[in-house]
Design a protein around this ligand. Structure first.
Ligand SMILES: NC(=O)c1ccc[n+]([C@@H]2O[C@H](COP(=O)([O-])OP(=O)(O)OC[C@H]3O[C@@H](n4cnc5c(N)ncnc54)[C@H](OP(=O)(O)O)[C@@H]3O)[C@@H](O)[C@H]2O)c1
Length: 287
């Protein structure tokens, strides 16, 4: 278990903190005395589980909501970019960008940008949640705007993998650029029982498979509480680190320091992702 005592009295914002590994990480931080902000798209659902934590509205699939959230924030010591969606049909964000990349990567990149001055003033920290799916990402040094906002021949699985590869690449590039001023650590939760998989099946018209998923749950999945441990350990590790379980092909186990996947470690790909992200967001990222 991670010692979270350094976070007592500190302000920690966690996106998607109302569910899954985000909620478990938020509860552990709250128990350690942190001032936790759940940044969530559904205020009612978040308030129902908040238990003394602050709830604020944030829809990562709407860049105006991200900008409003950032400009209304007055202090933050740590930002945990945890929210995510997986799979589903081709849908767009409010700005018309493909929804998985729009939510998982672009919304978080915009949020990091908006909160960066506060994080820098606090000599704070950013934790970015990636996935083992990042190992299958196909982003390369020749990507263009369309690869992020309107991927050709949409297939939900590969697009999710690319969005999680983008999370890992972005964490590395951000660390290279700002790591001496704001620590940046990436993490992944292995394969953990949360709403992510059942929602994907429902979104893809396969709700009938959810009971089967429940059946294999103890074999395939670790608990959401176990899946939150890499997030918590990432709060104490050096900038540039990557944290996750190692056992069973990284599906489960205690949070350990990992080597960054080859798909997430090429500086040329990360630099290109940075440029294209700036182009889509229409503003420079923190440097
Ligand atoms: N579970 C796993 O095995 C696994 C494996 C690898 C990586 N991950 C990553 O772990 C992170 C957390 O996922 P989870 O497994 O805990 O799933 P989860 O229980 O479904 O939680 C996802 C959270 O993201 C929020 N969210 C989705 N779209 C959003 C948006 N547009 N704006 C703001 N919040 C939004 C969800 O809000 P609502 O409740 O309103 O939908 C929810 O709070 C994700 O980044 C995921 O990719 C999970």
């Amino acid at each position: 278990m991670t010692d979270l005592s350094a976070w007592r009295g500190k302000s920690v914002i966690i996106t998607g903190g109302n569910s899954g590994i985000g909620l478990e990480a938020a509860r552990a931080l709250r128990a350690a005395g942190a001032d936790v902000v759940l940044a969530c798209r559904d205020l009612a659902r978040a308030s129902a589980v908040a238990d003394g934590m602050t709830v604020r509205q944030l829809d990562l699939a709407d860049l105006d909501s991200v900008a409003a959230f950032a400009s209304a924030t007055t202090s933050v010591d740590a930002l945990i970019c945890n929210a995510g969606i997986m799979g589903g049909p081709l849908l767009g964000t409010v700005q018309g960008h493909e929804r998985q990349m729009g939510t998982n990567h672009l919304g978080h990149a915009a949020l990091i940008s908006g909160l960066f001055p506060l994080l820098e003033a606090a000599r704070g920290r950013i934790v970015i949640i990636s996935s083992i799916a990042a190992r299958g990402g196909k982003l390369n040094a020749r990507i263009g705007v369309d690869d992020l906002v309107s991927p050709p021949g949409y297939l939900s699985g590969p697009v999710y993998a690319n969005s999680k590869q983008a999370n890992l690449l972005f964490a590395q590039e951000l660390h290279r650029r700002v790591g001496s001023r704001v620590a940046v650590v990436a993490a992944h939760p292995g394969v953990s029982w949360t709403n992510l998989f059942a929602r994907q099946l429902r979104d893809e018209g396969k709700a009938w498979l959810v009971p089967a998923l429940q059946l294999v749950r103890p074999i395939v999945f670790q608990t959401a509480k176990a899946g939150a441990q890499p997030t918590l350990r990432a709060l104490n590790e050096a900038s540039g680190s990557f944290v996750g379980p190692k056992r069973l092909n990284q599906y489960r186990g205690p949070a350990e320091l990992l080597e960054v996947y080859t798909t997430g470690s090429d500086p040329a790909v990360a630099a290109r992702l940075w440029e294209v992200t700036e182009e889509v967001l229409g503003a420079p990222l923190p440097a």
